[in-house]
Design a protein around this ligand. Structure first.
Ligand code: PHE
Length: 447
């Protein structure tokens, strides 16, 4: 029966494609830029441990739930939630969850695009004769120039809009297919370089030896938010992609592959970066500039570094692009369905909103640096609001919807499984463990 239901936006051409697209959404700046700097800001091992626990215990069950909801609803997250709520005989107001998710996507895109712009600008870095000092200076120079930041932000967002306006189903597949494995190879290469850096062991210990005294409520909330962010959960991106998933694909295995690949890339990025940080006497708590300051030093001192450095930032920009596409897609699909407007109109409209908001993020590093919300500049405030609040909150509601609102027989039907041990384990996690744990982290943080 599921065979006949298809999304009006299309269906991925093969089973592989969903895995690739979802991995493309998951793997991005979150893994290579954000994970290392957050680990560094939060003291290393303790953060990494909580982060890994959040991925396994909260992220993975919710990812399965999100894919399942998406495939059953076969439309944009907002309309999917509405349809499934009606199917479960409850209020269609559940569509609000899709709507707030689309909003979270736009907000994330606004600052994501600014950081992706940094990656894009580093394609032209040159990677020659770079020292720890000169690398720090060039990054700070970039941040202090409103015109450069706005230029790269505008360029990145325009590329995103261009790709999404053409329809993400064709085109995207071929790209991710070859480029994601290439990125993986370069990150491996950087790890190899890190083993020669002289501070490899120090880096590994920093990343993997937890100092339990460092686990504070803030660290827990940051790790939880990062788990949602890196897996693209809690705002409908994975749900929107699930709507294009062929009916005969196993959701459980798929979710595990995506989460494993995503976590693998983040850990490898950390393994590559921290030894370089320590070998060059840089601070692990450098903040958002960490990757942009450390990696150029590595590239400038390795053989063929200009080539690898350029290629790395090209690939990082593309990884960011395949994530940014999924940030805007839930809203675009929703506008197309609800307002019956063309894809290009919907994309331009939402792209403009994200671009406009992004201007404030770009300027928060220079002209507007004095302007703060709860002590955070605009960039950090948007990041906090979305990743630490909106995504985990969206996740709680998704878990409640799957575990308590949907009829169990429909869940079983869509997952195409028997009520076996693994199912029961997952069902228990999504009904109790995920919502309760997220709730506890919130309470712990706010009280
Ligand atoms: N997961 C992406 C990354 O790690 C970012 C993202 C978040 C994409 C939420 C979609 C939804 O870069």
């Amino acid at each position: 029966m599921a065979e006949e239901r298809k999304s009006i936006h299309g269906t991925w051409s093969s089973r592989w494609t969903f895995i690739l697209a979802a991995t493309g959404s998951a793997v991005g700046l979150g893994n290579i830029w954000k994970f290392p700097y957050m680990a560094g800001d939060n003291g290393g091992g303790a953060f990494v441990l909580v982060y890994l626990a959040c991925i396994a215990v909260i992220g993975l069950p919710i990812m399965l739930g999100e894919i399942m909801i998406g495939r059953r609803g076969r439309s944009s997250p907002a309309n999917t939630m509405k349809a499934l709520a009606v199917e479960a005989n409850t209020t269609p107001a559940w569509s609000l969850l899709g709507a707030t998710g689309a909003l979270a996507g736009l907000l994330i895109l606004s600052f994501y695009s600014v950081a992706a712009g940094w990656a894009l600008s580093y394609v032209f870095n040159g990677f020659q004769n770079i020292t720890a000092e000169s690398s720090t200076t060039s990054f700070n120079d970039l941040l202090s120039s409103p015109t450069s930041l706005i230029f790269w932000h505008t360029l990145f967002l325009s590329i995103t809009v261009f790709v999404v306006a053409r329809g993400i189903l064709d085109g995207l597949e071929k790209w991710i297919n070859t480029l994601m494995p290439m990125l993986f190879v370069i990150v491996l290469l950087l790890c190899l370089y890190a083993t020669q850096s002289g501070a490899f062991i120090q880096g590994i210990i920093y990343l993997f030896q937890p100092d339990f005294s460092k686990i504070t409520p803030e660290v827990m909330l940051e790790a939880l938010g990062q788990a949602f962010f890196t897996l693209s959960l809690g705002m409908g991106a994975i749900m929107a992609y699930g709507a294009y998933m062929p009916a005969n694909q196993n959701i459980g295995k798929t979710a595990i592959s995506v989460a494993a690949l995503d976590t693998g890339v983040a850990l490898l990025a950390g393994i590559a970066i921290f030894p370089i940080v320590f070998a060059n006497g840089l601070a692990a708590s450098e903040g958002p500039g960490l990757v942009f300051v450390t990696l150029p030093i590595a590239f400038s001192s390795m053989p063929l570094g200009v080539f690898f450095g350029t290629l790395f930032f090209v690939l990082l920009s593309i990884a960011a692009l395949s994530s940014s596409i999924s940030l805007i897609e839930p809203g675009v699909a929703w506008l197309i369905e609800s307002l019956k407007i063309k894809r290009i109109t919907a994309t331009l409209l939402l792209g403009f909103v994200a671009w406009f908001l992004g201007l404030f993020s770009a300027l928060s590093f220079n002209l507007l640096s004095e302007f703060t919300i709860f002590g955070k500049n605009f960039f950090d405030a948007t990041d906090f609001l979305t990743n630490q609040i909106m995504l985990p909150l969206g996740g709680i509601f998704i878990a409640i919807f799957v575990g308590w609102v949907m009829k169990k027989e429909n869940v079983l039907e869509e997952l195409d499984v028997e009520e076996n041990f693994i199912f029961k384990f997952w069902y228990f996690s999504i009904r109790y463990i995920s919502p309760v744990m997220v709730g506890c982290v919130f309470l712990y943080f706010f009280i």
